[in-house]
Every structure is written in C-alpha cells, then in structure tokens.
Design a protein around this ligand. Structure first.
Ligand code: CMC
Length: 427
C-alpha cells in the first residue's frame, strides 16, 4: 500500500498521495487538491514546494551533500573536466573517451559567432553590464537560428542547439568584455574549453598568448562547482520559461537574467564590492557584522546564507582550498582575502549566524579567485553563468522530455472586491 497524507479542511478529509525519491525524500502530492476541495496551497518563495521530480542533481542541505547524477561534487571537482561534467549532466552518464571527443568536437565546431553579432555587440554602450549583454545576445540567437523556435525539434536539431549554446557562450562572454573595453575580438580556438575562453579574454590578435595551467585548472574547477544546483532561482526560471515551449535560447537567456540578481549569482560580485567597501572603511569587520545583524539596516553579509544549505555549502569548502592554492601558486597577496577570513571567523562564532545556520556559500570565495585570475568584478556573474549553462540545458531537456505542463502558479487574491467604476470628475 502506498503511503498517503490526510488533510482536513472544513471538517472534510482529503487523502493525498505521498511520493518518495531515490534518496528517501518524501513529498505530499497536492496536484489534485484544488480539483477535489477548491483549496490551493500557498508557499511564498517556494520554500517548501517541490516544483518537479528530477534525476539530475541531488543535494541534502542539512548534511552538505551535492551530487550530479549520483557522483559527489568532491570527486567530480577533483577528477573531471568541465566538459565531462557537462556531458554527464546533459546526457545522464559519464562519457567514454570517444563520446567526450565527439561532444568536444561538436562544441568546438559551433564556437564561432555569426559576424553580424558583432554589430549587436557594438550597439551596447561601454556602461553595459556584461550580464545584460549576455542575456540579450543569447536570446538574439533565435534570430540567427529561427528553427530553434520550433517546439517539436527532433533530437539531432535539439543537440545542435545545445552544441551551439555550449560553444558560443564563452565567445559571447569574452567578446562582450572585449567590446566594453574597446579591445579587438579574439576568435575562438579548439585548445580546450577553459583555455579557449582565457585566450579570448586575455589574448592579443597579433601576439602569442600562453594560458597558465594553474589558471585553467582553477577555472575548470569553478565551472564544475557551478554546473548545476537543482531547482534554484535561475534553473526554475529556465524550466518555467521553457514550459511555455519558448526556445532553449530564450529560456537560457531568462535564466541568465535571474542569475544576475545579488541574492543569487550576482552575490559573487556583491561579495567583492562589500569586502572592498569594508577595506576602504578601515577594515572594521565587527562594524559590518553588527550592520548585518541589525534588522533596521538592509545590509546583509553577502556570500553568507543559503536557501537550502543549513549546515555548510560543500562547494564553498572546495573553493576555499582552491582559493588558497591559486593565490599561493600565482603569488597573489590580496588584502580583501584577509578581510574575508576575518569576517568568516567572526560570523561563525556569532550566535546570530549560528542560530540561523548562516555559513559562507559558494560565492564567498569564488570572487577572490576570479580577481586573482585577472577578471573584472562585473564579469564574476558571467563566470557563474558559463558554469551553470550545462545545468540549465540538462534541466530544460528533462522538463521537455517529461512533457511537463506549463508553469502557472495560483495565488490568493487580497485586493479590493468588486466596486463600481468612478468617473474622473468624482475621484
Ligand atoms: N546576512 C545577514 N542575515 C541574513 C543573511 C545574510 N547574508 N542571510 C539570511 N539572513 C537572516 C535573515 O535576515 C533571516 O533572519 P530572521 O529569521 O531574523 O528574519 C534569516 O537569516 C533567514 O533568511 P532568509 O532571507 O529568510 O533566508 P532565504 O532562504 O530566503 O535566503 C539567501 C537565502 C541566500 C537569499 C540569503 O541568505 C541571502 O540574502 N544571502 C546573501 C546573498 C548571497 O550570498 N546569495 C548567494 C547564494 S549562493 C549562490 C546561489 O546558489 O545563488
């Protein structure tokens, strides 16, 4: 007998099915509740709502576990390449050598941009934030590949869209940056996903550029750590937009916009800006901890807290080690790192942060690494987007393959009840 939950509303009992995931998580299925009772559930911010079943990423916020397709994030970050992880997320299994070679070949084949995209890039003022540019160019891919608007593309055409996105996103990101700096564009190469990106960012059209393997390796790790995170804000956005059968390009563009906000991916930029501000203000970390705790002050300690991790963020643990490693190998001595370490130490001892289970998240240290790699602050969230792309694609693909219905939540209306129109002269 399968388990059920009972709900009593106005004295009437309703039996609701309980489903169980492969890791023992349980959920009460309320999808037929309104039909049976006329009552909906309410859950602002979806804090307690599962929007889907998914076989891609498992995380246990209490235990600090994160796994892609069953593989632990620690093992993947230690042993895999970003493209291997992308293949795993999108296709469900780790690739054999021949499968990975084919995947990489297809992505490289599509890493160039249509020459007319330069015209669009040139139209942006130098003040444009690269996340806005990235979102705009990604959705404009629909203009260059209008077949992507067909919601019933066959698997080969769908794969082509995926290769295009994977290949072009680093080029769009690097070209947006170079355009904002008035630097000439560097065309993509087939020298490895991370190496190609670094070359397009920092190379010269008329000189050789040698990618530092320490930098490429750190970038590879960072992209893996960001590659998926189940139903977060941007991923839910991608799935909801895609559920209307909008194209993959538009769905990912919407995900990029959702990621941009400082409470989500934009936090990595906000962390560095906060650490800089503390440094400028004399480095008094206690003052900023007090501000973060003061409910009348909107200031929050950026890079702290997480919707689902209530113990520690496993990605932050890996990044912290990688951060020390990169700074040491590159010989970088960053004063904001000292401030970050001081803040972390004090916050972890503070009952406000302890009582609310607020720990450093992935964004607390990633910005420091990106800075050491020579990236400008407003590019940090773009790096998050490059990493998250395979996750968005995998989740979009799963949502379409499952034939999920259009995402359309209900609400409880709290406005005026019916009233008569008031003519202008009587208002
Ligand atoms: N600084 C100070 N107080 C905080 C913080 C913070 N960073 N985060 C949460 N709190 C407090 C909050 O004020 C609330 O206190 P109280 O119970 O007294 O009202 C309590 O902790 C619970 O916070 P919440 O806002 O209800 O929790 P949430 O799950 O809705 O928000 C969060 C999660 C990540 C948006 C939030 O912790 C936050 O704003 N953090 C700073 C931004 C940040 O670092 N975001 C990156 C997240 S990791 C990257 C990603 O995956 O997107």
């Amino acid at each position: 007998m399968s388990e059920t939950a009972e709900l009593i509303i106005d004295g009437k009992k309703y039996e609701l099915p309980v489903i169980e995931g492969s890791e023992g998580e349980k959920a009460v299925n309320i999808s037929k509740l309104r039909g049976a009772s006329g009552v909906v559930t309410i859950d602002p911010g979806f804090k307690n709502t599962g929007s889907t079943t998914s076989a891609i990423t498992f995380l246990d916020g209490e235990k600090g576990i994160l796994r892609y397709r069953g593989y632990s994030i620690e093992e993947l970050a230690e042993n895999a390449s970003f493209l291997e992880v992308a293949y795993l997320l999108i296709n469900g299994e780790l690739p054999k050598k021949s499968e990975l070679d084919h995947f990489e070949f297809k992505i490289n084949k599509h890493n160039n941009l249509h020459e007319e995209i330069k015209e669009i890039l040139n139209g942006f003022p130098s003040t444009a934030h690269p996340m806005g540019t990235l979102a705009s160019i990604v959705t404009s891919l629909t203009a260059f590949y209008p077949e992507s608007l067909d919601p019933n593309l066959n698997p080969e055409e769908t794969d082509k869209m995926i290769y295009r996105l994977m290949g072009k996103l680093p080029t769009i990101a690097a070209w947006s940056y170079r355009n904002s700096k008035g630097k000439p564009y560097i065309y993509p190469s087939d020298n490895g996903y991370c190496e190609n990106f670094l070359q397009m960012m920092f190379g010269h059209p008329n000189k050789d550029y040698n990618v530092d393997p320490v930098v490429a390796d750190a970038l590879n790790k960072l992209l893996i750590l960001h590659a998926d995170h189940e139903q977060n804000c941007s991923t839910s956005t991608v799935r909801v937009v895609g559920s209307s059968h909008a194209s993959l390009y538009s769905s990912v563009s919407a995900g990029i916009s959702a990621l941009w906000g400082p409470l989500h991916g934009g936090a990595n930029q906000a962390v560095i800006e906060m650490l800089e501000a503390i440094k400028e203000d004399g480095g008094d970390t206690k003052k900023y901890l007090a501000k973060a705790k003061d409910k009348s002050d909107p200031f929050r300690l950026m890079g702290f807290g997480h919707r689902v991790y209530k113990n520690f963020d496993p990605r932050a643990k890996i990044i912290k080690v990688a951060c020390d490693n990169v700074l040491e190998k590159l010989g970088v001595n960053d004063p904001v790192l000292e401030i970050a370490k001081g803040l972390e130490e004090e916050a972890l001892k503070d009952s406000y942060f302890q009582d609310r289970n607020l720990y450093p998240n992935v964004d607390f240290y990633s910005g420091i690494i990106y800075r050491a790699l020579g990236l400008k602050t407003d590019l940090f969230t773009v790096m998050f987007a490059l990493g998250r792309l395979p996750g968005w694609i995998a989740q979009w693909k799963e949502m379409r393959a499952n034939g999920e219905p259009i995402g359309r939540p209900r609400q409880i209306y709290t406005g005026e009840t019916l009233r008569s129109f008031v003519p202008m002269e009587k208002r």
